[in-house]
Design a protein around this ligand. Structure first.
Ligand code: ADP
Length: 353
């Protein structure tokens, strides 16, 4: 049986978390670690918070769970102001927020069941109810058969399942996964991401995924916010942010996650391998696919893919294909000329220029 369902709220999606003009600094004359951040996270969303190391991601997470308070501005969780909440109110708010960490943070002196049971004890769940609830949670995260094991006997993926079961113990409405898959191998990462998706769909839990891994964003997030030097530089649906990044930081992150227009180093490598003319066609779902091979063929030439790929982003195609075009000299110029005016086509200058 699934754990108790977290509150989803009415049909018009309310905000689970709202940052309003938030600045945070540690110390009076210290620089702002977060600066003028306004961000709304809707209930039931899976949102990615990404950005380079030191951008302020973890500080943002700590503001959500009330471990830190904003220097200026407001942080509202389920509509309630964290900044002005009294300690006992904060404690109550924290039970509605689960945290999962990169290093799992399990008690090595307690068994798997003991770790989850302890979270229930701290939350004030009666002893008579704890055993059944632990069993229910371990079943849900797929680790019921290891209930009596010690953390030291578990794999990284199993440890993270325990961490997630513990975080779900109080039926939080918000789950914060702070680099939760960063210490895991790719297959285990996939398994844990599937579990996060199931938590979101079955329990309605809002999930905030803090990560430096763009693949994670691509896999699970509907929306994404990009932090750079404490400022929110991009925010929106993952597809839109990837397709139309506003900042250089976002463009750099996207380039590592999905195939794009080759940079100069890669172009040099491709040119060393291929003597024909190189063109890149960006693949989006908002423009008709430009059929370069068909165009080349009408001019007696050919175009073959030499680099690139198409990823699935929220069910929509996204990527870029780089072609080598070969044809008689005059035909090449005609193909290039006609391609230049097509949307999403980048013509790379030939090597001799
Ligand atoms: P990220 O999670 O994106 O790597 P952090 O939120 O951990 O970034 O840190 C952002 C900046 O805030 C860093 O420069 C870090 O040194 C600083 N910082 C974080 N927590 C504290 C603290 N408790 N005291 C002083 N500086 C801090």
């Amino acid at each position: 049986m699934a754990p108790e369902v977290a509150t989803r709220g009415p049909d018009v999606t309310p905000a689970a978390v709202e940052f309003i003009g938030v600045a945070k600094r540690f110390g009076k004359n210290a620089p702002n670690v977060l600066d003028d951040v306004s961000l709304r996270i809707g209930a039931g969303e899976i949102v990615g918070i990404i950005g380079p190391s030191g951008a302020g991601k973890s500080t943002l997470a700590r503001l959500i769970n009330g471990l830190e308070r904003p220097t200026t501005g407001q942080v509202l969780v389920d509509g309630r102001d964290h900044g002005t909440a009294r300690e006992h109110e904060l404690n109550e708010l924290r039970t509605r927020i689960g945290m999962v960490f990169q290093q799992f943070n399990l008690f090595n002196s307690r068994t798997v069941a003991g770790n989850v049971g302890f979270a229930l004890q701290v939350a004030g769940v009666a002893k008579s109810r704890r055993r059944a609830r632990v069993a229910e949670l371990l079943e849900f995260v797929g680790i019921a058969d290891r209930a009596k094991a010690w953390p030291s006997a578990l794999s990284g993926g199993q440890k993270q399942r325990v961490g997630i079961a513990r975080a779900l113990a109080t039926s939080p409405s918000i789950l914060i996964a702070d680099e939760a898959t960063s210490a895991l191998d790719p297959q285990t990462t996939d398994d844990i991401l599937k579990l996060l998706r199931r938590i979101n769909s079955d329990l309605g839990t809002t999930i905030v995924v803090i990560t430096h891994e763009m693949d994670v964003v691509r896999e699970v997030c509907g929306r994404v916010a990009v932090l750079a030097d404490g400022r929110l530089v991009d925010h929106g649906e993952v597809y839109d942010v990837f397709a139309h990044p506003h900042s250089a930081v976002t463009r750099g992150l996207v380039r590592h996650a999905v195939a794009g227009v080759p940079d100069t180093d890669l172009l040099d490598t491709l040119r060393a391998r291929h003597r024909g003319r190189l063109l890149t066609v960006e693949i989006r779902d908002d423009s008709a696919r430009f059929d370069l091979p068909a165009l080349a063929a009408t001019h007696g030439g050919s175009a073959s893919v030499i680099h690139g790929g198409i990823a699935d982003l929220g069910g929509r195609p996204f990527g870029a294909l780089t072609y080598e075009v070969t044809a008689p000299d005059d035909a090449i110029e005609q193909i290039v000329g006609e391609s230049r005016s097509a949307p999403g086509v980048v013509v790379h200058e030939s090597r001799s220029r």
